[in-house]
Structure formats: structure tokens, C-alpha cells
Design a protein around this ligand. Structure first.
Ligand code: DC
Length: 228
């Protein structure tokens, strides 16, 4: 059977994981899998159906019923919620908060992790999230833990949002990032943490291009050495 390569990128909100993973995927001709989008699609379902994040039983029941899948159009990932492409509806603050709050529940994670593992079995993927190196792809060929200071992450987010006329201040955004970090790092099930064999990359004073180069280089070295 042909060898399939997997790269895992984990890290806190706003570290630049998706930007980097997308460009590395293009360079290496890998498929990019954004796992956060799957948690966000589930969160949208809970919001649409008025299920509060505190109601664990209702969230667990709904997670079992709902169907989240992904598809690719012109190389871009689309996330489908019961067949509907919801990619354009999942980047709001409300969905971010709901995704972080409901990703703590085991039935939600179990369902999405299964789907993620299946995707990585079939083709070369670069997958980003919070538990990719620790739970989803423990045998990934390369694992990266990508982070940056909360100030830098907030400034980057603010820069993106300002173009769309946001009313949030830089302080609001940093507060939201710190809250989300705390929840993602301290939950009981699959918390965000660096896998033992992950390479730590602090992008606070690096450009996206520099991070991309470093990851591509690390992958090439690993591949040449034929290492796991
Ligand atoms: O990466 P993101 O900001 O789109 O993720 C949204 C939320 O989903 C994040 O706050 C925590 C959760 N998440 C997770 O628990 N595990 C993942 N692999 C990806 C995201």
C-alpha cells in the first residue's frame, strides 16, 4: 500500500494555524483539513436549535443525530451540516464561543475525531486543531505546536477584523482569546497541549512565510530520514 503522509498542527486560537496549514498544503500538494470548522458547524447546529451549551444531555443527543462532513471545491474545504454548505456562516464570535464551549463534550469529540482519522487514512493531509498530534493522529510524520503571545494573536485578529468594520477593540479580542485558551487548555477531554514529539514554533516575531518555510523544511528532513 502507498505510504500516506500526515502533518499535525496544533495551537491556540489565532496562532495562524489555518493560514500556515493552507499554504504548506499547497506547497506539498497535501489536502488541508481544518478541524475547527467541524466543531464550528456542530456549534451552529446547536445555536440554530436553541440548545444551550450547558445542557450536556441535549448536546450529546444532538451530536449523535447531526451529520457533519467535508467536501472540496476548487481545492477549498467546505464544511457541510446535514448536507448544507455552512462554511460562510461559522466565523462569527457567537459560533467561536459555542464551538469552544461544546467541544468539551465527549460525544461531540468522538464523532468528529472518527471522521478526521478516516480522512487522514486515505491521503496526504495537513490537519490543524487542538488535539491532532495528541489524539487524532498520534503517528503523524510531523507534529507542530504553533503559538504566539496573546498580544500578537489579538493584534493579528484585530487587523483581519478591522477590514470588515468590527466594533470590537483590541482589548476585547485579547480577552476573548485568553478565555478561549483557558477553556481549550483546561477541559477534561483532549485538552490543547503540545504532544511530546511535536516541534514548538513561536511565531510572535516570525512572518507567515518564515513559519511556512520552517515547516516545509522540517517535513523534507523527516521524509529524507524516513523517520516516523
Ligand atoms: O480552530 P478554531 O478556532 O476554528 O476552533 C474552534 C473551537 O473548536 C476551538 O475553540 C476549540 C474547538 N476545537 C477543538 O476542540 N479541537 C479541534 N481539533 C479543533 C477545534
Amino acid at each position: 500500500m502507498k505510504k500516506v503522509y500526515n502533518i499535525a498542527i496544533d495551537g491556540p486560537a489565532g496562532a495562524g494555524k489555518s493560514t500556515i496549514a493552507r499554504s504548506v498544503a499547497e506547497r506539498l500538494h497535501f489536502v488541508y483539513v481544518d478541524t475547527g470548522a467541524m466543531y464550528r458547524a456542530m456549534a451552529l447546529y446547536f445555536l440554530r436549535n436553541g440548545i444551550p451549551s450547558s445542557d450536556e444531555a441535549a448536546i450529546s443527543r444532538a451530536a449523535e443525530e447531526v451529520n457533519v462532513t467535508i467536501a472540496y471545491k476548487n481545492g477549498e474545504q467546505q464544511v457541510l451540516l446535514n448536507g448544507e454548505n455552512v462554511s460562510g456562516l461559522i466565523r462569527t464570535g457567537e459560533v467561536s464561543a459555542m464551538a469552544s464551549a461544546t467541544s468539551v463534550y465527549l460525544p461531540v469529540r468522538k464523532k468528529l475525531v472518527e471522521l478526521q482519522k478516516k480522512l487522514a487514512e486515505k491521503e496526504n493531509v495537513i490537519m490543524d486543531g487542538r488535539d491532532i498530534g495528541t489524539c487524532v493522529l498520534p503517528d503523524a510524520d510531523l507534529k507542530i505546536y504553533l503559538t504566539a503571545s496573546s498580544k500578537v494573536r489579538a493584534r493579528r485578529r484585530f487587523g483581519q477584523l478591522r477590514n470588515s468594520g468590527t466594533e470590537y477593540t483590541l482589548e476585547d479580542i485579547e480577552k476573548d482569546i485568553i478565555e478561549r485558551d483557558n477553556r481549550d487548555m483546561n477541559r477534561e477531554v483532549s485538552p490543547l497541549k503540545q504532544a511530546e514529539d511535536a516541534v514548538f514554533v513561536d511565531s510572535s516575531s516570525m512572518t507567515a512565510r518564515q513559519v511556512e518555510e520552517q515547516i516545509v523544511e522540517l517535513f523534507k528532513q523527516k521524509k529524507e530520514r524516513g523517520e516516523k
